[in-house]
Structures are given as C-alpha cells and as structure tokens.
Design a protein around this ligand. Sequence first.
Ligand code: ATP
Length: 230
Amino acid sequence: AGERSMIRLHGVGHTYGGVVALRDVDLDVRQGVVLGIAGANGAGKSTLAGILHGSLEPARGDRESGGAVRTSLAPEGRALFKTLSLRENLEVAAYGAGITGAPLRERLEETVQWLPARLRDRLSASAGGLSGGEQQMLAIARALIVAPDVLIVDEPALGLAPALVDEVYDRLARLAHDGLTVVLLEQLLSRAMSVCHEVAVLHEGVVAAQGRPGDPEFAALAEAAYFSGG
Ligand code: ATP
C-alpha cells in the first residue's frame, strides 16, 4: 500500500465570493493510506472534502485522479432521507451509482455487515428515528455501498457524545484495517493522529504541516501549525 496515487491536488485554491477557503494546496492521496486532514472551524476542510470527492470544482489548480477511481463522500449524517428506512437509504445511494440487481444485493449484504448489530436489526425502521451517532454510521454506510476506492469522511464526530465518537472511530479503523483508502477530515488533531497513517494540518486554507503521527518531530510541528494564530 501507499505507492499508487489515487487522487492528487496541485496548487488548489478556492474562494466563495471574497472569502478564501483554500489557497495553494498540494495533496497526494495514496492507495491504502488513511490520510487525516486536521483543522479548526473554517480551516477549509469541507471545501477540501468536496474537491477531493470531485463534486466541487476548484477555482484554481488541478485535481488528478485515475478514471476508474471511485470516490465517495460521507458528510454529516443529517443529509439522510429521514422518512425512508435504513435499507432504502442504502438502496437509493446504490441506485444513484448505477448499482442494481444482484450486485446491489451483494453490496447491501457487505455494507450491512459493517453496521453495528443494533442497526443491522433495524434495517426496516425509518432513518429519522436514529440517534446522531447512528445517523452518522448510516451516512458512512451509504458512502460505502458504492464500493468506493477512496472513502472521504467529513467530521464524523461532529456533535456526538464521546462514547459514540469512539464507536464511529472503531468502525472507521476496521475499514482502514481492510485496506480501504480513507481521507478523514477532523477538527481535533489528536483524534486524527490516533487513527491516521498520515496527517495534514490545514490552517486558514493552507497545508501547514504534513507527516506521520508516529514521528515525534512531526507531532511537535503539527501542533505548532494547528495552534498557530489561534
Ligand atoms: P467547518 O468545520 O466549520 O465546517 P471547514 O474547515 O469545513 O469548517 P469550510 O467549510 O471549507 O471549512 O470553509 C472554509 C471557509 O470558507 C470559511 O471561512 C467559510 O466561512 C467559507 N465558506 C464555506 N462555504 C461557503 C459558502 N458556501 N459561501 C461563503 N463562504 C463559505
């Protein structure tokens, strides 16, 4: 793992009206790597997530990705269809990617295995009845059902109680263990450091530091970058 480039950004910049969200970001998402992007509120994470996903066209710079690389973005769980059942939410996502028939049944089975047992037992219940953490898990499952080559997860811990954050992170660690390429956008540097192979610190739209969490020199650098200018 780690050699083949799945997505590459070169000098990517983005603005909304006069607001600069990203400036001159270079990033290489390599196969099998769990890449964390840590940054405070407004650092540009969601913008970067959209650009990596391919759904947001950067105002400046380039995004390169192999034609066959399928990316999937799991944003906050609030974007679920609340009146549809858990299973229907997964099916709708699969249909959207052109997956039907036998492949759909296969994907559904595999994806459902990834869900915690209490959700597996409630596939016919409506998504609106789920707790925040459960919705977040379903949102990730919905991104998984299309069998992505790169899973992008934008702030899965947002608004969750600590125990639920741990549960969501345990589930993400499983995907990483299975070799899935993951980009995890996270507000807390420490949390990104705890699960990711590599971490980039995003500060005011710039990658201010990048390295491996196990490297003590990087850890110090990352903290300085994360907290600089507060
Ligand atoms: P958060 O954690 O708050 O979601 P973030 O790190 O994901 O923040 P972005 O959402 O990418 O950061 O936002 C980066 C900057 O761009 C912020 O200053 C934000 O206010 C601004 N911004 C984001 N989306 C828009 C928009 N649609 N219109 C105007 N400004 C925007």
